[in-house]
Design a protein around this ligand. Sequence first.
Ligand SMILES: [Zn+2]
Length: 216
Amino acid sequence: MKELDKLIAGFRQFRKRYYEDEPELYQQLVYKGQTPKALVIACCDSRVHPAQVMDTDPGDIFVVRNVANVVPPCQEDGKSHGTSAAIEFAVKLLGVKHIIIFGHGQCGGVRSLMEGKHQGHKHGFIDSWMDIVAPAREKVLKEHGNATFDDQCKACEQAVIEISVNNLMTFPWISDMVSKNNLFVHGWYFDIEQGELYARTANGDFRPLGAEAASV
Ligand SMILES: [Zn+2]
């Protein structure tokens, strides 16, 4: 299994660092439990791992990843909702104070949405998952109809972040906490070509983090 050699060697390095050289952090995490400061909802894309991009330590962030960092609307229908379960766990049980929707450039899920499933691009699971954010595609086609396909995809990546932020607010316990300033929701966009991180402001623009980053 040569493809996996790097992963196994990586685990040995990880183990040496956190269980032999600097065991204090994991001892604390194991015996006192985790208290992550933020829930990060990111894409599965191998190029945008939040822990790597934001150089976090173990225990810093609680991460849920799915295709295109989509938050579905709150649906209390008794069915299995993996992303919603992770959100509930982070907010209700761990008490995170921040939720970050972590979108990114060159997103394959968004590209698939923009291509349109009725044009010969049929991906059963991806298409039905991306249906949650289908209004993002409609918005882009309406507002950026003459833009290049790549620019439309970028606009759609950012529109998906907006929908995910709005869908978070359909969870009553989230909107309640946000209204009381006990929880803060952020929409961030990682431009993988430029290596820049942007935050969605209250009026819907994306600005480089470090400038006037606003939360809802
Ligand atoms: Zn993606």
